[in-house]
Design a protein. Structure first.
Length: 394
């Protein structure tokens, strides 16, 4: 049976129309298929390969760790150098109130942990999320994801979850003395690349402080310089109590984390002990890859690179008459008139060797999230091809 046949017959499918590229290898900004066709990965595997595919420093770190040890023990028992070193490096970049890291394997798992931590610390169980927010597909994360079409088939989910409108001051009193936490993306990704307004974000922070609710920032998509600062909260100057991370964190390896203060994390140690454990969280190979990724990101001005990408994208697309470009840094999207046009543009760019995509909650936004290592020439030529495609259908 060919790989293609086994994929369609034996790999569980999540839609009737997967993109279906058969991958041979991937390097830098490119993905190459088994028929030899080269694609520019203009969405970085959905905001993962910020350093491009197979960054040499990440590959080297992975190989080095594979030669030392793989899994040795469930999370939290043994001292493993890749975990400790990475936790120290990551927290050195964060405020004192985010000084402790719990490692997991994915984004949704990071949010699950964050929600449990908030419940245990506050002794409350009410959560507030936002319409069009996205936090993952396991039950807890889905419970705080703000789109009924994804939630309805799985009801009942967590009780006492309330949704507010993003960037709306109305309704903030829903965050009250019974609220364990507010969970939000500082820039909604799947909701259609919608940045929070700074004063509104500050108002949410203030309201949480007023009533003793924790503020969780899901930085799974916004993290690791995608938006121009290492984490989006640093750009907004609003510090969360808990931050969840994944995607670009592992440089292409599965990796997630939730970060908070030592004081808050204290509640995970007892009543009962081991009340939140994971077998593979903080896998040594993933931690080694994450360390190499963050070291590389810190060794050069990747924040400036993200901002330069934004400037070039806006310049090229505006020149072609696309006037609604949303987002910050290299987390961008272009809004087109309707679903039909959006689909045609994405499909036609695909034919031209450019991987673009939708966001989960929007039919009219084309996601643009190139790797931060993309060279200016390739960035401009890719945007020019996108322009031509849009013009063809408008
Ligand atoms: N939160 C956000 C903001 C995300 O964008 C995603 C993934 N798109 C997730 C959570 C879930 O991450 P994962 O797919 O690794 O579970």
């Amino acid at each position: 049976m060919s790989n293609k046949d086994s994929f369609y017959e034996h790999v569980a499918q999540t839609s009737d129309a997967p993109m279906g590229l058969e991958i041979d290898y991937a390097e830098g900004p490119y993905i190459v298929t088994t028929d030899g066709k080269e694609y520019v990965d203009f969405i970085s595997g959905i905001a993962v390969s910020s350093l491009g595919h197979r960054h040499p420093k990440v590959v080297e770190a992975v190989k080095r760790q594979v030669d030392r040890h793989l899994h040795v023990m469930v999370y939290g028992e043994f001292i493993q150098e890749p975990q400790s070193a990475y936790a120290e490096l990551l927290t050195s970049q964060l405020p004192d109130s985010l000084d402790r890291v719990y490692f997991v394997n994915s984004g949704t798992e990071a949010n699950e942990g964050a929600l449990k931590l908030a419940k245990k610390y506050t002794g409350r169980h009410k959560f507030v999320g936002f319409n069009h927010g996205y936090h993952g597909d396991t039950h807890g994360s889905l419970s705080v994801t703000g789109r009924d079409v994804y939630r309805d088939p799985y009801l009942p989910l967590l009780p006492d979850v309330h949704f507010l409108d993003f960037n709306h001051f109305d309704g903030l009193e829903t965050i009250d003395e019974e609220t364990a936490a507010v969970i939000m993306e500082p820039i909604q990704g799947e909701g259609g690349i919608i940045p929070a307004q700074k004063d509104w974000l500050q108002a949410v922070r203030d309201r949480c402080d007023e009533v003793g609710a924790l503020l969780i920032f899901d930085e799974i998509q916004t993290g690791f310089y995608r938006t121009g600062s290492l984490f989006a909260f640093q750009g907004f100057e609003v510090v969360p109590d808990i931050m969840s991370l994944a995607k670009a964190m592992g440089g292409g390896m599965p990796m997630g984390a939730f970060v908070s203060s030592s004081e808050i994390f204290e509640v995970f140690k007892h009543d009962p002990p081991l009340n939140h454990v994971t077998t593979f969280g903080g896998h040594p190979v993933s931690c080694a890859a994450a360390y190499a990724t963050l070291s590389e990101l810190l060794s050069d001005d990747y924040g400036a690179k993200a901002k330069q990408i934004e400037q070039i994208v806006r310049e090229e697309l505006t020149a072609a008459g696309i006037d609604e470009i949303r987002g910050v840094g290299a987390m961008l999207g272009m809004e087109l008139q309707d679903r039909d046009l959006t689909q045609k543009v994405v499909e036609s760019c695909f034919e031209e060797g450019i991987i673009l995509g939708w966001t989960l909650h929007s039919n009219t936004l084309v996601r643009l999230a190139p790797p931060l290592i993309i060279e200016e020439d390739l960035l401009r030529s890719t945007l020019q091809t996108i322009n031509k495609t849009v013009k063809k259908y408008c």
